[in-house]
Design a protein around this ligand. Sequence first.
Ligand SMILES: [Fe+2]
Ligand SMILES: [Fe+2]
Length: 290
Amino acid sequence: MFTLAHLSDPHLPPLPWPGVLPLLGKRALGYLNWKRQRERIHRRDILDRIVADMQAHAPNHTACTGDLINISLPNEYGPAAAWLGTLGAARDVSLVPGNHDAYVPAFADAPVKYWGDYSRGDDGASFPFLRKRGQLALIGVSSAVPTAPLMASGRVGAAQLARLPELLSQAEGEGLFRVVLIHHPPRRKTGHHKRLLDANELRALLAQHGAELVLHGHDHINSVEVLDTLRRPLQMIGVPSASASEVSEEAAGYNLYRIDGEPGRWNVEAISRGLRGTTIVETGRKTFIV
Ligand SMILES: [Fe+2]
Ligand SMILES: [Fe+2]
């Protein structure tokens, strides 16, 4: 039995005062948006309680699917690295970045620079990375690319798409349960300004080469989409922001996956836990076989 925890989109508060110079272009709008809305939504005390609840369940591994920070200010990356350290050692925590982690072109590579230990494959390679932990293969894909103001789209890109089939096949050949981690949901129909631009290419690739589970963030809500593949249906599951207060569309939550079995017959128990009122409670539970 392997327990994988999945949380996402902490948007670590508080947002530090950036000074005036970095507040040009896209960051200025992001800063105003934070002050107008997000400051009331994302709360560190809630995030700390979510993480404490998660750790009380003693997961074997934790997956975090990005948007650690908000507008990619230079002084946001260090505190986020410290927060990652509270989740666990780099070998026990796998990270893929979100659009807010690479908000502007000058900081496109900052997630790897500051948090690379959490996003490195067993062979030392970066995205897409492959990490083997117990019966699991964690395959991390980055969809974080800088975009124009008011855009929050993502892109996997040709280089990662070219590498993925080999990693998926290798992990399948070794009889591992393949978990693909990506920030943006690989969804065909979403609002254009937030969508994964090459979702169709990724979906086709997953349909052909298969995976046992896809975990994503970005939407800040619990969601499930089932993708038809050549072999069996593939669940693509999203979680709420781990720091969201109840003024948001969906309050903070995370998922636990208890995985057991063997290739061709994996038993998965998915447990959702989240903030309801002042406590964190179980909000859903289902089992499926893949
Ligand atoms: Fe987010
Ligand atoms: Fe996002």
